[in-house]
Design a protein around this ligand. Structure first.
Ligand SMILES: CC1=C(CCC(=O)O)c2cc3nc(cc4[nH]c(cc5[nH]c(cc1n2)c(C)c5CCC(=O)O)c(CCC(=O)O)c4C)C(CCC(=O)O)=C3C
Ligand SMILES: [Fe+2]
Length: 339
């Protein structure tokens, strides 16, 4: 018997019109203690792009590429898509899967790392959607974190090379690589595994981010100075979140005489709104205002290596194949994954 009878891509979701922005933000922030001012500000980011987040189209593109890769590699599974916060909603997709007779689902999230927001929240949303369906809800396995899978790292390497190539030679000489990820509350970072569990001061998430940055730099033409920075912090100002912020670091580096930065959004799977606004608009503006060279590397998106990583994960779970990974970190403290 085949272990799975369907594949499911689980993503965040985003609005696709001006009238959808506020309802989307209400879905995301329900019960999450986000100040009104922050919400209004984030709403403006979406309105600036006509109320359309790029994330849904990026999911459609990824699904088209995954479907083609499955066909080519002989993976005979129907491909479904469900989001946590906007249509197509995960609960509706699971209901449709049940109607289609699906029993066992392998799910891949558009989220590579370990922290509540990137993993546990997905696990909880799957459980809630299944509970709403009752007894005969399809069973869902969520694949393990893939931050150090070669198919996630390789596109970042190629895209970092391209960003470096786009800098003038004198700027490239003294460039600083800034590996950027979504900030989370420090309490959230510690809950996934902190110093008590043998991880660093920024928790297992911070360690994973540092490891991927190292894996990327090791594959470049020289040992570029690099560091991990954070972006898109939310929450009340009194609540500590992971730092330093990408803009603060750009200012400090300018004061130190660094001529240029290449920002690598290694905390994300695609160039969604956080990348398009917080990096391509805000961080770029910070750099330009200070006369710093600025290039932003693309995220994995639909890079062929990333697409074949998805097929690889399906084989890993269906055939108990080897777990391919480049890193060496141990599992996080709240991980529910089996390997
Ligand atoms: C770690 C992480 C990822 C990366 C991993 C992953 O992908 O899962 C991520 C991705 C994303 N975050 C997104 C959007 C938002 N995140 C928010 C709020 C929050 N994010 C958090 C963390 C993360 N977020 C946290 C701790 C909060 C505070 C509220 C809470 O404790 O839960 C808010 C509320 C407004 C604000 O305050 O920013 C919005 C609108 C979109 C869609 C973008 C688009 O539309 O293109 C994507 C892909
Ligand atoms: Fe977020």
């Amino acid at each position: 018997m085949r272990p799975y009878d369907a594949f499911l891509l689980i993503s965040f979701g985003g609005p696709e019109g001006e009238d959808q922005v506020i309802p989307f933000l209400e879905n995301v922030t329900r019960g999450r203690n986000i100040p009104r001012e922050r919400l209004a500000e984030v709403g403006e980011h979406y309105f600036r792009f006509g109320g359309v987040s790029p994330i849904n189209q990026q999911c459609r593109d990824l699904i088209a590429a995954i479907t083609a890769d499955f066909a080519e590699g002989g993976i005979d599974l129907p491909v479904y898509w469900g989001n946590r916060f906007w249509a197509p909603m995960l609960a509706d997709t699971l209901a449709r899967m049940r109607e289609d007779g699906v029993r066992r689902v392998l799910a891949v999230p558009t989220s590579a790392y370990c922290n509540w927001s990137s993993r546990t929240a997905y696990v909880e949303d799957i459980a809630r959607a299944r509970a709403a369906l009752g007894e005969d809800a399809p069973e869902v396995d969520l694949v393990r974190p893939f931050y150090d899978h070669p198919g996630f790292v390789e596109p970042l390497v190629e895209h970092t090379r391209a960003a470096l190539d786009a800098l003038p030679a004198d700027q490239r000489e003294g460039v600083r690589l800034l590996f950027s990820a979504h900030s989370i509350p420090t309490a959230m970072a510690e809950a996934a595994g902190g110093p008590e569990q043998g991880f660093g001061a920024q928790g297992v998430y911070g360690d994973q981010l540092a490891e991927v940055a190292r894996l990327v730099v090791d594959r470049l033409d020289r040992d570029y100075p690099h560091e991990v920075v954070y972006q898109s912090r939310s929450g009340p100002p009194s609540q500590p979140w992971l730092e330093p912020d990408v803009n603060d670091r750009i200012e400090e580096l300018a004061a130190e005489g660094v001529p240029a930065v290449v920002v690598v959004p290694h905390g994300f799977v695609s160039d969604h709104m956080e990348v398009k606004f917080d990096l391509d608009v805000e961080a770029r503006e910070t750099a330009e205002k200070l006369g710093l060279g600025y290039q932003r590397a693309l995220s994995p998106g639909t890079h062929p290596a990333f697409v074949s990583m998805v097929s690889d994960l399906v084989r890993e779970y269906s055939e108990a194949a080897e777990r391919r990974r480049l890193g060496t970190l141990s599992r996080c403290a709240e991980c529910t994954c089996d390997r």
